[in-house]
Design a binder for this molecule. Sequence first.
Ligand code: 5GP
Ligand code: MG
Length: 175
Amino acid sequence: MKELLSEDEIQAGVERLAGRLRADFEDRPLTIVGVLTGSLILLADLIRRLDNPLRVALIRASRGRAENRSRTALVIDDTLLPNLAGRDVLVVDDIFDTGHTLVEVVAQLAKHGPKSIRSAVLLRKTGRSDVAIEPDYIVFDIPDEFVVGYGLDYVDRFRNLPYVAALEPTDLTKD
Ligand code: 5GP
Ligand code: MG
């Protein structure tokens, strides 16, 4: 695989994001909602760089695979969420690709009656968006390649890499 973003570049990017959030939210209490599972590492690194009063919450979005290997509908599990009524919410996800996941997660969160919903992603793939919204905070724009690492997986592997890499055809056949 080919490294796209080094560990140092990612850490500097997360610090830039934290700086923007500290400036934009100041001491307003914020509820940060991480989208499982891919946002896990970003969430952990980001919250340790913030000193706003904050709560951490989780929502799960997953797309299964049918027997014929085609992608199935997105399933959102919001049963882990605390009460969001009247809260300022920041959704944090790993990557914005077509944007459908973020649209559906934001729609689900909106049903919980928050005061506001903003969104932040580590990565956005260029030229792929299929929806009318954009994340409010984007740390890196990347080319349209399948990436792993820093939370992102390929069939449950590679989430633990401290850098982001693009998979190459030979990586897909290895086990
Ligand atoms: P979207 O709904 O924006 O098309 O896709 C977002 C979701 O698809 C992400 O939360 C992530 O789970 C998955 N995804 C999209 N692109 C990639 C990629 O390049 N690598 C990995 N590992 N997951 C991706
Ligand atoms: Mg995801």
